[in-house]
Design a protein around this ligand. Structure first.
Ligand code: ADP
Length: 633
């Protein structure tokens, strides 16, 4: 335990060291910060004062020129006052050219002035230059203006309040000076300044982020501003919210202050502008955050560095402490582990014995399974043998059924054609009936054999290149007599114009394809009406894939829609009563489908009940044998 306590010592030393580092840091950061702020304030105050004195010099210049002009004899003589009339709002434009020349010269020389006017001691307008302003004056007496009142009462030059000029309709400031002759007031010389002159001077300044420089009068009303939007047309902006600062301005003090404006702390630096009989001030206004952003940034960086130092020190101390503790714990743990190992060793021994007995059991089970598998193999072999025997039996039965029919059919033919002696008409009729039945039976057995072979995939196909033209010719030829006897039209058509030698060739088992055609034709003949029946057999090559498409079209009874899905099934017949009349086993289409599909082809039909049916089948250009499906079971 004492060891553990000792391990805490480095941690405590670490904490003390961190605290020391932080304090040293804090003191230096604080000093840095203060120096930064003082520096910023110094720069600002210099700028404010410079701006104030620049404005003052400018205004003083204007004051001086007006005061000088007031001393000129041509200004002091007012010999043409009798010419003042309502029509000219003063004297006519061409009267008293000498005084007008002085006014003009001031105006020309000092572009700051917009107009220079001479007023009579009663406030009446005498002359205004440029003279178009005189023409447009809305009033002819200015005795009511503050500058007139102040100048005449104090008999000194006066810089006016900011007002909206009636002549020019924008914010204006006026400098007015009294004109004396022989000690008596003979008039007032007035120069009016468009405040845009002062706006422009401020708007060319390079200021800080969000910083504005403004010129205000003694009431805190804006005279000019560095903001781009400010001009003499805009309504004068009031800075009276600056509170105490306005009082300082009135008292002609300079200074620095921080005032909240709409929730933002604004740093304001101000310096007075002294004018004859009036006082203005220059203000530099900037959000404190921006004004001291650099100092704040330094402060934040320093704090961040201190935090990192403390964190790194803290983490290293902690790791060290943990490592020491861990070493102590490790010894305890090793002891415990040793004990545990001893116990688990004996457990393992027990487990080993159990696993050995399990393994023996598994071996026994395994040999039993092997025995069972062997048994199963034997059974499967037996089943295969039984299957083969069944196959053979079925084939044999079918074959044996056909064999006896051969002599029956042969003798029936000999009897009916009279080779074995003349028969009575009744005898011949019965023998022919017997012959027909034997043939039907033989056909049925052949069909049964075929369907069986197809189902077992045992049907053999001899693939050779065969002429489709020949198929059709032969198939149609064999049905011709029957068709003629029923007066049914039976034609065929092979589209072979583009084929070499004009014959359509196909690789297939010709006998089986013949068989398909035979089935389809025999169905067609069964279901077309006598006399009007029409059957067309056709064959053509499909350009897309080179396959050959056969078609057997009839105008027979058609296949009812609801039966159309069934007719390829084994033993299926649409109408079993008709079967009796027409013959057939219901196997023909199933066999045809089997043969076509074994060639890799497809069989389908289109049928409209009462209109007719067309059966199609297509055989690929290169049939792959064995594609047939046996789903017609
Ligand atoms: P079947 O040996 O009885 O003719 P198929 O398998 O050849 O047996 O034909 C099945 C059934 O399909 C026929 O019974 C018949 O009802 C119908 N069928 C086949 N071809 C036509 C056809 N061209 N017109 C009308 N029905 C047909």
């Amino acid at each position: 335990m004492t060891l553990r306590r000792a391990a805490k010592l480095p941690l405590l030393i670490g904490i003390a060291a961190s605290a020391l580092v932080v304090s040293v840091f804090y003191v230096s950061v604080y000093q840095d910060f203060n120096t930064g702020i003082e520096e910023t304030e110094r720069v600002k105050s210099t700028l404010a004062k410079t701006l104030a004195s620049r404005t003052q010099v400018r205004m003083q210049n204007e004051i001086q020129i007006l005061e000088l002009a007031a001393k000129l004899p041509q200004v002091q003589s007012t010999t043409f006052s009798h010419l003042i009339s309502e029509e000219f709002k003063g004297i006519p434009p061409n009267a008293d050219p000498e005084k007008r020349a002085v006014q003009n010269a001031i105006f020309q020389e000092f572009r700051d002035f917009e107009t220079v006017a001479f007023l009579m001691p009663n406030g009446d307008v005498y002359s205004v230059e440029p003279s178009e302003f005189q023409k447009n004056l809305p009033v002819v007496n200015f005795a009511y203006r503050d500058y007139f009142i102040k100048t005449t009462s104090t008999q000194r030059t006066y810089v006016s309040e900011i007002f909206r000029s009636t002549a020019t309709d924008h914010n204006t400031v006026v400098i007015s000076t009294p004109v004396f002759r022989d000690g008596a007031l003979v008039g007032v010389l007035v120069g009016s300044m468009n405040l845009d002159v002062l706006n422009k001077a401020l708007q060319t300044l390079e200021l800080g982020r969000n910083e504005v420089a403004v010129l205000v009068d003694r009431d805190g009303m804006g005279i000019a501003s560095s903001e781009r939007s400010a001009n003499s047309q805009t309504k004068a902006h009031s800075y009276s919210y600056l509170g105490n600062i306005v009082e300082d301005i009135r008292d002609g003090k300079e200074g620095v202050s921080e005032v909240p404006v709409n929730g933002t702390a604004m740093h304001v630096t101000y310096a007075p502008v002294e004018l004859s009989g009036n006082r203005w001030a220059v203000l530099l206004i900037q959000p404190s955050e921006d004004a001291f952003s650099e100092a704040y940034l330094h402060q934040r960086q320093a704090i961040a560095i201190a935090a990192i130092v403390v964190a790194v020190m803290g983490i290293s101390e902690y790791i060290l402490f943990r490592a020491m503790l861990r070493n102590l714990k490790l010894a305890d743990r090793l002891e415990d582990l040793n004990e545990a190992l001893k116990t688990s060793n004996s457990d393992l021994k027990k487990e080993k014995v159990r696993l050995e007995s399990l393994s023996n059991e598994l071996q026994a089970k395994n040999s039993h399974l092997e025995y069972l598998a062997h048994e199963l193999d034997l059974k499967a072999e037996q089943l295969q043998k039984i299957d083969a025997a069944k196959e053979e039996f079925a084939a044999m039965i079918t074959h044996e059924l056909k064999t006896p029919l051969v002599p029956i059919i042969g003798f029936a033919e000999l009897l009916s054609d009279g080779t074995l002696g003349e028969l009575t008409p009744l005898q011949r009729e019965k023998v022919q009936l017997m012959h027909g039945s034997a043939i039907s039976l033989s056909n049925l057995i052949t069909d049964l054999l075929d369907i069986r072979k197809l189902e077992l995939n045992k049907m053999k196909f001899d693939m050779i290149e065969s002429s489709v033209n020949e198929f059709l010719e032969r198939a149609v030829g064999s049905f011709k007599p029957l068709a003629e006897s029923k007066k049914i039209s039976l034609t065929y058509n092979v589209q072979a114009e583009k084929e070499p030698n004009g014959t359509l060739n196909l690789i297939c088992d010709p006998k089986r394809i013949q068989q398909v055609l035979h089935n389809l034709l025999s169905n067609a003949i069964k279901f077309v009406p006598e006399k009007t029946g029409r059957i067309e057999v056709s064959a053509r090559r499909i350009p897309d894939d080179g396959s050959i498409e056969f078609g057997v079209r009839d105008n027979g009874i058609g296949i009812p829609v609801e039966k159309q899905n069934e007719i390829f099934k084994k033993f299926y017949q649409v109408d079993t009563s008709l079967r009796r009349a027409m013959g057939g086993s219901g196997l023909g289409l199933a066999i045809s489908k089997g043969i076509v599909e074994a060639h890799g082809g497809t069989i389908w039909f289109e049928s409209v009940p009462g209109v007719g049916t067309t059966f199609y089948f297509s055989i690929p250009a290169r049939p792959a044998l064995g594609n047939g499906s046996n789903d017609s079971k």
